[in-house]
Write a protein that binds this ligand. Structure first.
Ligand SMILES: NC(=O)c1ccc[n+]([C@@H]2O[C@H](COP(=O)([O-])OP(=O)(O)OC[C@H]3O[C@@H](n4cnc5c(N)ncnc54)[C@H](O)[C@@H]3O)[C@@H](O)[C@H]2O)c1
Length: 304
């Protein structure tokens, strides 16, 4: 990815605030700054925004060194300004992107406050599971509200999904899609309101079926992954990916889908439940579907 060059200094979205300086907020701030826009970054945790800039330097330096990003990192980071208060972050900006913790009451409070401080800004939530319709009643103008769903490690997942809240104007959707493209991201507009973003739903179907095959005793996880890897030309399969993400995270996501499922066969996987209960959460704990004595690179390693 190249640093993108905004053609017009007065492009519709110029000044951007990112609220929440965690894993996603910091990456969204960096991506936006790489499009030569000034970015204000705010987090409720003291020093988190300043710390995020340091973490970005550590995270992105090796990515740039191996050529996956063609960025002048110091110029990009120099466009990110940590702000000590929400009001200083959002007043006067064209767009506010929210990336705070995945907790509906927190997000509703944050959106109500942002909207009060800057009633004319475009508003976007990066939430993975909370639709913007659940935030629409607390903002001044729901016509200017969307979900804008980014992905972690944007240099390899260079994509974003835009989903309206049911009252979002067509102009807002078009502006947000143009914003996504201006960041150099493949930008998809989700029509209507979907339970889950598009790629997450497709990925969920893969996880559910892979887990069922194992739950029913038809195959071991490593065989599913080997078949998958050969069939699709990848070096990792669904179980390896789940281990990377963390099985506690996977279980929470499964539960959020199961809570609204209409198919009675859509139940929590006993295998997944057992591993989570045993604290075997994937690579981060050294054991999940696979064992990680050191690092595990490929399901197609020679000793397989
Ligand atoms: N982690 C992912 O891969 C991923 C992918 C896509 C979307 N998301 C979404 O992005 C959002 C953030 O996820 P994350 O992984 O960055 O979480 P995270 O825990 O790394 O960061 C969340 C940040 O929000 C801050 N915060 C909490 N309450 C706040 C408030 N009231 N005001 C300002 N800041 C506040 C926290 O201090 C923390 O720094 C979530 O909605 C999540 O669904 C995450």
């Amino acid at each position: 990815m190249n640093e993108t060059d905004l053609q017009a200094p007065d492009a519709e979205i110029r000044d951007v605030a990112v609220i929440g300086a965690g894993l996603l907020g910091s990456q969204i701030a960096a991506l936006t700054a790489a499009s030569r826009r000034p970015v204000r970054l705010y987090d409720v945790a003291e020093d988190a925004a300043a710390g995020a800039v340091e973490r970005l330097r550590t995270m992105l330096t090796p990515v740039i060194d191996r050529g996956a990003l063609d960025w002048d990192l110091e110029s990009v980071l120099g466009r990110i300004t940590p702000k000590p208060s929400l009001s200083e972050a959002v007043s006067g900006v064209d767009l506010v992107v929210e990336a705070v913790r995945e907790h509906l009451p927190t997000k509703r409070d944050v959106f109500a406050e942002i909207s009060r401080l800057n009633p004319t800004a475009l508003l976007a939530s990066n939430s993975s599971s909370i639709p913007s319709s659940a935030l629409a009643d607390v903002v001044a103008d729901p016509a200017r509200l969307v979900n804008l769903h980014f992905f972690s490690e944007f240099w390899q997942r260079s994509m974003v999904e835009v989903m309206g809240c049911g009252q979002t104007s067509e102009a807002t959707v078009a502006t947000m899609a143009a914003f996504g493209r201006s960041l150099g991201l493949v930008t998809a507009v989700v029509h209507g309101e979907s339970k889950g973003f598009i790629i997450n739903r497709v990925w969920r179907a893969v996880k559910r079926e892979a887990l069922r095959v194992v739950d029913e005793g038809h195959a071991a996880p490593e065989d599913v992954d080997r078949l998958w890897a050969l069939f699709f030309g990848t070096t990792i399969g669904p179980f390896g990916i789940m281990d990377e993400i963390g099985l506690d995270v996977i279980a929470d996501i499964e539960e959020s889908y199961i809570a609204v499922a209409t198919d009675p066969a859509d139940r929590t996987s006993p295998t997944l439940r057992r591993l989570v209960a045993a604290g075997q959460l994937g690579r981060k704990t050294g054991q999940g579907f696979y064992h990680y004595p050191g690092t595990k690179d490929s399901v197609l390693s020679p000793e397989d």
